[in-house]
Design a protein around this ligand. Structure first.
Ligand SMILES: [Zn+2]
Length: 385
């Protein structure tokens, strides 16, 4: 054995020891005996490594001088502002993504999915930077890269080819953006996107900000293609705000279809828009993962690379009060996140990757609400904090 973590309480259960060998949990249970370096947990709460399912590492100003936000109110304003800023600022997506990834790791996040801007102005510059970060963090942290058409797919000829090149270069997931509201033709946009994902055998993760019935129609179009093309279990919808503001019967019908086709929701619990109701989604059998979205970038001044804080914000947004409800928000930044993104060997069982986080809290609900300092972070069997 390499390491024996003694007297810790997994997710608030009774005290156990955790033996770690070759980066994995070799055994977990009370009273383990083995030759290894011993770390005393002293009854602390043991969490699995946290999972960030939706962020944008390449855009962040984390650690840089404050960005003065004077951006207009519309989605198009934000997209155009960022494009101008990207072109003029000399922003180093590689260095900044690495800086933020390291901070995520220090706060106990060991698996992370990041969308990376791919458009006809940025080209593949951000992608190369974030692929370098993925390599630099390989070992302690598993990073998935989503090739993301931030300026739309149809409006800018050449974007499709750049996305295809991104997948060839090693992007893990194909991204999409508002096929109707931004591209103006949901059917044409989705046909291209699904064909590209299928050709490269990659999952899809589509940003869907479209509201109300417009969003619901696009969601239906996504579900139609998921079913027709056999992409069950390979499609996630980020934001999916329309689930928060269509009438209840329409939402219920969409959730039934999503559950059947294993189409997941990735939510940020944003305060600024209606959000998919977490309890209703989970009750319908739709997996919900959570993420920060951008952290301190040209879009938003808010955010911290702390998934316990994100779970708290998701809990607040969904009015979760009972401990068993708050546990759903915690699940979205742990097990559900890993399932939705497809991170393998995840959890607190023998054989799983030894991604272990210790905090001072009675249980999961207190950890989410109080967001205690990370007392110990072990990533793939190595102490990183
Ligand atoms: Zn996003």
């Amino acid at each position: 054995m390499d390491l024996l973590l003694r007297n810790v309480r997994p997710l608030g259960a009774g005290a156990v020891d955790v033996a770690v060998r070759d980066g994995r949990i070799a055994a977990i249970g009370p009273g383990l005996r083995c030759e290894a370096e011993v770390i005393e947990g002293e009854g602390a709460l043991l969490l699995p490594g946290l999972v960030e399912s939706h962020t944008h590492l390449d855009k962040t100003h984390w650690g840089l001088p404050w960005y003065v936000n004077e951006v207009g109110p519309r989605l198009e304003d934000r997209i155009a502002n960022e494009r101008r800023w990207r072109a003029g600022s000399g922003h180093d997506a590689g260095a900044q993504s690495l800086r933020l990834a390291r901070e995520f790791l220090a706060q106990g996040t060991t698996r992370l999915r990041t969308h990376v801007d791919v458009d006809t102005e940025a080209g593949l510059k951000h992608l190369h930077g974030v692929l370098a970060t993925r390599e630099a963090m390989r070992g302690p942290m598993e990073i998935q890269v989503v090739a993301f058409p931030q300026s739309g797919l149809l409006a800018r000829p050449g974007t499709f080819e750049l996305l295809e090149e991104s997948l060839r270069l090693g992007a893990d997931v194909l991204g999409g953006l508002d096929p109707q509201a931004i591209d103006g033709d949901a059917a044409a946009s989705l046909d291209l996107l699904f064909a590209l994902a299928l050709r490269h055998g990659k999952p899809l993760d589509i940003h869907l900000h479209e509201a109300g019935e417009e969003g619901a129609r696009t969601l239906d179009a996504i579900l139609d293609r998921t079913q027709a093309l056999g992409m069950q279990g390979k499609v996630a919808i980020s934001h999916c705000f329309c689930l928060g503001d269509v009438v209840a019967a329409r939402r219920a019908a969409l959730l039934v279809r999503m559950a059947r086709l294993q189409v997941a929701v990735i939510s940020t619990g944003t305060a600024s828009r209606p959000v998919p109701p977490l309890k209703e989604c989970v009750a319908a059998g739709v997996a919900v993962a959570a993420g920060n979205d951008g952290i301190r970038d040209a879009w938003t001044p808010y955010g911290r690379p702390d998934m316990l804080e994100r779970a708290m914000l998701v809990g607040l947004r969904n009015n979760l009060r009972r401990d068993d409800e708050i546990a759903l928000a915690f699940d979205a930044v742990t097990h559900a996140g890993a399932r939705v993104c497809g991170f393998a060997d995840y959890g607190l069982k023998a054989g799983c990757r030894a991604d272990l986080v210790l905090v001072q809290a009675a249980n999961v609900a207190e950890a989410v609400v109080a967001r205690p300092a990370r007392q110990l972070v072990i990533a793939a069997g190595q102490v990183v904090r």
